[in-house]
Design a protein around this ligand. Structure first.
Ligand code: CS2
Ligand code: MG
Length: 402
């Protein structure tokens, strides 16, 4: 079953997405997400110029072989651009295989290991009252896990806190928005927020917090320690993960579990963290970590070392990525949590999908393949709109150095 067409579609239904659509000689189509927030056109060019010409005429059934061919063949291994491009091809081929087999992709991955995929939502607010009201909204909707982010007194804008509800959109301008950061103010404020949330909502609800790589290891250790009484499911990205020795230091000081990996694109980015059991959840996801084929390899390594999955699922991961992630989440033995941010109605229109939320769980559809598509006519109505993630400065004007 040869691939006869491969189309790279850039669209912006409220935010930018890059999607690959493959077509076989029998007319079966498959879709893959390759969106790289703020660097979308680099991946689109990589696909169009360097990958699509290699795909035409290839056997669509050979998923593993195609993965190896694109990975080894590039010579320049890894990196978010390369791995997002390979991910799109891989995801689209799994979609095609499912359609040809007449089975949802999770069945091809070994079938269900659970009844539904537990997701966490995002309660964010400027003040403690806003935050409590948002947590209440998610509890009301049936969520079992909620990430809590709040404004910090004295700081004008905090990453992950916005006027939007059920999601937030950090890539907000054609030139990066500049925000000001103070570790002192942040560390003084955050534990009190969690104390209040626990007081109001009790001990059963799972609570999470994202540090967005803002701290040094010793600062992160202090935060982890101060959050211990509030029993977090995880503290995310406490430090940037390029200097991984830092995680040993955090681990020596705190039992607050650690989640990391939304910027990882290869098993080699997390192999040491997993093998040394320095983390508890690995947040790599389908689009940035080489597709279903490679992410499953990461999760299998994690399973050997008591590390669970906790895949990234912000708005910049399209419904195509979300659908693919759900099939994998349902099948693997060591699933932990799945991040779930709702998309805008425009995005949902461009990517018709069958997964649904019910009582705190997401469920992939039972239709063959991934159960998600790209409506190319709708996509064509939304032109690319450059948008960048913000840049953070310290109070004295220094660009945040780590
Ligand atoms: C965040 C995201 O969802 C998360 O955990 O860290 O806001 C992330 O920064 C963006 O998805 C980056 O593209
Ligand atoms: Mg994060």
């Amino acid at each position: 079953m040869r691939i006869t067409d491969a189309r790279v579609v850039v669209t912006s239904p409220g935010r930018n997405f890059v999607t690959l659509k493959l077509v076989t000689e029998d007319g079966v189509t498959g879709v893959g997400d390759s969106t790289l927030n703020g660097r979308e056109l680099a991946v689109a060019a990589y696909l169009r110029e360097h990958v699509v010409p290699l795909l035409i005429g290839r056997d669509a059934a050979r998923i593993e072989d195609t993965w190896q061919y694109l990975y080894q063949g590039a010579y320049w291994r890894r990196g978010p651009v390369t791995m997002s491009a390979i991910a799109a091809v891989d995801t689209a081929l799994w979609d095609i295989k499912g359609k040809v087999a007449g089975l949802p992709v999770y069945q091809l991955l070994g079938g269900r290991s659970r009844d539904g995929v537990t997701v966490y939502g995002h309660a964010n607010g400027e003040t403690i009252d806003d935050v409590l009201a948002e947590v209440a909204r998610f509890v009301e909707l049936g969520y079992r896990a909620v990430r809590v982010q709040s404004g910090v007194p004295g700081l004008a804008k905090t990453y992950g806190v916005s006027a939007d509800r059920m999601f937030y959109e950090p890539a907000d301008a054609a030139q990066p928005t500049e925000t000001v950061w103070s570790t002192r103010r942040y560390l003084a404020h955050v534990p009190g927020i969690f104390a209040r949330v626990r007081e109001e909502f009790g001990t059963h609800l799972q609570l999470l917090h994202d540090v967005h790589h803002r701290l040094t290891p010793i600062e992160a250790a202090r935060l982890g320690k101060s959050l211990e009484p509030h029993d977090l499911t995880w503290m995310e990205d406490p430090v940037p993960a390029d200097l991984q020795e830092g995680f040993r230091l955090i681990r020596q000081h705190t039992t607050t579990p650690i989640a990391v990996g939304e910027v990882f694109n290869s098993i080699y980015d997390c192999a040491a963290l997993i093998r040394e059991q320095l983390i508890d959840y690995v947040r790599a996801t389908v689009v940035h970590a080489g597709g279903i084929t490679h992410l499953r390899r990461i999760f299998d390594l994690a399973a050997l070392h008591h590390v669970r999955s906790g895949s990234h699922g912000a708005t910049d991961l399209s419904p195509v990525c979300m659908a693919a992630a759900l099939h994998l989440d349902l099948a693997i033995p060591n699933f932990g949590l799945q991040e779930y941010m709702r998309h805008t109605p425009e995005t949902d229109e461009v990517f018709p999908h069958g997964y649904h939320f019910d009582d705190g769980y997401l469920h992939p559809p039972e239709t063959p393949g991934l159960g998600v598509d790209l409506d190319e006519e709708a996509a064509a109505r939304y032109l690319y709109n450059p948008a960048y993630l913000p840049v953070n400065r310290l109070e004295d004007g220094t660009v945040h150095p780590w």
